[in-house]
Ligand binder design. Structure first.
Ligand code: HEC
Ligand code: HEC
Length: 241
């Protein structure tokens, strides 16, 4: 209840201007920054046992954008979150809170999570939601060509980390990309390639640097076509896996 009142307040105040501005860290590998350094609130949250009931409450404010089901929006403005690895969720939220990944729209809401325990709680809750299968895919008339072009690239250079079915890797903080919206995937890969998502994995950056826009379209079309056996559902009201 408190969370939704806050949301209405922030939205009417114009989200980007509400509260203190997001912090900004360089995120360039060097003496002050190492990719995914195991420190700060992130490492504390990773070591806590989450509580799904508290996580559900903490998630209330998030559902306004990411939807109560965690499905996000097919137009790619808000990513699908359901079923994402808890490690990935904790890293991304902690990076947004710390100013390593810019997200001015979400920052004021990420800042409402009180402590590492609440981070662990919300991550556990989101991870338990089933991955919607009716997400945004590539809709061009050349879809089958794009998907097969993208498959070739993905299997050569991305499968090793993101998995054959787009299942990612929990221990290594590699995101699930199956069930993700095409337009969100394309935007993220463009930002990672262009150095705008500063918390990105440097090994992935090295690979994606050489891709042109057409290749990013193809590889996004392929990723959005992936399904993870057993974990996908029709998006609807939040359901347990
Ligand atoms: C006002 C809208 C809004 C709210 C509320 C919001 N988010 Fe987000 N969130 C976004 C946007 C926009 C992005 C994608 C930003 C980008 O394109 O880089 C995002 C990205 C994320 C990501 C990264 C996903 C990925 O695949 O890397 C996570 C995790 C996340 N949000 C969790 C949360 C949680 C948890 C809450 C509640 C505490 C929350 N969000 C509230 C807008 C919102
Ligand atoms: C060395 C492992 C590795 C390789 C190789 C790799 N990635 Fe990634 N990828 C990651 C990690 C880790 C992240 C999360 C960003 C971060 O915080 O570091 C990520 C993020 C992403 C995202 C954004 C997901 C989200 O939810 O926001 C997409 C899309 C993606 N990778 C696609 C690809 C594609 C396509 C390739 C091949 C061209 C690739 N990756 C190669 C590790 C890798």
């Amino acid at each position: 209840m408190k969370a939704s009142l806050l949301l209405i307040g922030l939205l009417s105040a114009g989200v980007a201007f509400a509260g203190p501005p997001a912090p900004h860290q360089s995120g360039i590998e060097g003496k002050d920054y190492k990719w995914n350094a195991q420190e700060g609130e992130k490492i504390e949250a990773l070591h806590k046992k989450g509580d799904a009931k508290n996580g559900k409450e903490a998630y209330e404010v998030c559902g306004a954008c990411h939807l109560p089901s965690g499905a996000g929006r097919p137009d790619g403005t808000f990513p699908q979150l359901a079923g994402q690895h808890s490690t990935v969720l904790i890293k991304q939220i902690a990076d947004i809170r710390a100013g390593l990944r810019d997200n001015p729209t979400m920052y004021p809401f990420a800042a409402t999570l009180t402590d590492p325990q609440e981070l662990a709680d919300v991550a556990l809750y989101i991870n338990g939601l089933c991955i919607p299968s009716n997400h945004g895919t590539y809709e061009g008339s050349d879809a089958s060509i794009q998907v097969s072009k993208g498959k070739e690239l993905f299997e050569k250079e991305c499968k090793e980390c993101h998995g054959k079915n787009g299942e990612g890797n929990k221990e290594k903080f590699f995101p699930v990309i199956a069930g993700q919206h095409y337009k969100y995937l394309l935007r993220q890969m463009t930002e990672i390639r262009d150095g705008k998502r500063r918390n990105a994995n440097p090994d992935m950056v090295k690979i994606i640097k050489k891709y042109d826009n057409d290749q990013l379209v193809a590889i996004s079309a392929y990723q959005a076509s992936l399904v993870m056996p057993g974990s996908m559902c029709k998006a609807g009201p939040a359901k347990k896996k």
